[in-house]
Design a protein around this ligand. Structure first.
Ligand SMILES: *Cc1c(COP(=O)(O)O)cnc(C)c1O
Length: 369
């Protein structure tokens, strides 16, 4: 059975490009180390495959967001690779976290107390990262909790603090004043806590022209997304191709798709491809986005349906419009950032919503599967 023929579209994930992106960031931030952020199933690309490729490229630290993600990934990792859980610990999740062998990122005094109690129950030290809120007001100990902890350091008994971290709110904008403000706040708060390796920067932060402390937590840049506004130094990792199901020629004035929201301004050729919003192709792209056929831009004509969308292919030569002809949705002519811009969102959302009906192929360097 040829999976590519029966699937609506084929998603290719270039693990060689992913490893190359890892090395680009590693060179940019040395001597800091680079951790791989593989939450949300490796930004939709497969956490286990991504983790294996990153480890092959020299990565020694991984982050997920949820304990459920850690439970799935940890057994697939070499035992010496620390796996951190960014969102911390739900009350009652402490025994599971210890059993999985994941390292929680503790975000509050309450989480610290519960993890210390778990360590005491087990009669052994448990590792943790401590996250400080340096100004994003999302996760992490606020300054008053850092002070309370500094004044009562016995609360950390039984906890081995392996990392102190915080997260930047505006790292994608190098001109944002908040970047320097958060860094200064983080460094001074971290001094109040036990000495440990320090981590502040994500992908965007890795491009800020200053030091990067001990560990950078890279996500989107590994997957080929632009880490900051402007030029993108990363290699693309995903391509998505589909095939024409059917074409038709319609006279000027004909409506296309739900609501007949696109009306042919001239006699037009319409091609239908089997990818829709159920595959994560944003419905917002109706009458806005595009695909490419033989390098020619073909605008989406009409609304995106659940399982298909329609393209205005009037300007494409007939030879490229047979049933089964290739259509590029992501690839050399259209990046995840371009699709995101058209859809009014960010590349992260395009990747993490990629559908589960695609045939998936993983390529490593030198392989063209
Ligand atoms: C998601 C996340 C990252 C990775 O961010 P990117 O912008 O994808 O590099 C790093 N740190 C934390 C705390 C995160 O939530």
């Amino acid at each position: 059975m040829d999976e590519d023929v029966i699937a609506g579209a084929v998603l290719r994930i270039d693990l060689g490009a992913l490893a190359a992106n890892y090395r680009i960031i590693q060179r940019a931030v040395a001597p800091a180390a680079v951790a791989g952020v593989v939450k949300a199933d490796g930004y939709g690309l497969g956490a286990a495959q991504v983790a294996e490729a990153l480890i092959g490229a020299g990565c020694r630290h991984l982050f997920v967001a949820l304990l459920t993600e850690a439970a799935a990934l940890k057994p697939q990792l070499p035992p010496n690779i620390p796996l951190f859980v960014l969102n911390g610990l739900n009350p009652g999740a402490e025994p599971a976290c210890a059993a999985i062998g994941a390292i929680p990122v503790l975000n509050s005094l309450d989480q610290i107390d519960r993890w210390a109690a778990e360590a005491q129950r087990r009669g052994r030290t448990l590792p943790a990262a401590l996250q400080l809120d340096s100004g994003m007001s999302r996760l992490g100990l606020p300054p008053e909790e850092v002070e309370a902890l500094a004044a009562d350091s016995a609360r950390l008994d039984g906890i081995e603090t392996v990392l102190v971290m915080s997260h930047l709110a505006c790292a994608d904008d190098p001109a944002a004043a908040a970047n320097a403000r958060q860094r200064a706040a983080f460094l001074s708060l971290a001094e109040r806590l036990p000495a440990a390796r320090r981590s502040l920067d994500n992908s965007g932060g890795s491009l800020l022209p200053r030091g990067h402390l001990d560990l950078v937590r890279a996500g989107i840049a590994l997957y080929g997304g632009a880490p900051q506004e402007g030029e993108n130094p990363m290699r693309p990792v995903v391509s998505l191709t589909t095939r024409i199901v059917q074409t038709r020629t319609v006279p000027a004035g004909t409506g296309v798709g739900y609501g007949l929201s696109w009306v042919a301004p001239r006699e037009s050729r319409i091609a239908t491809v089997p990818v829709g919003y159920a595959d994560g192709w944003p419905r917002h792209l109706g009458n806005i986005g595009a695909a490419f056929i033989g390098g020619i831009r073909v605008p989406i004509a009409g609304r995106v349906s659940m399982d298909s969308l329609t393209l205005d292919v009037t300007d494409v030569p007939d030879a490229l419009l047979a049933p089964g002809s290739l259509v590029e949705l992501l690839g050399p002519h259209q990046t995840i950032d371009m699709v995101a811009r058209d859809a009014g969102t960010i590349s992260y959302e395009i990747l993490t919503r990629l559908g589960h009906r695609y045939a998936r192929h993983y390529a490593t360097e030198g392989m063209t599967a």
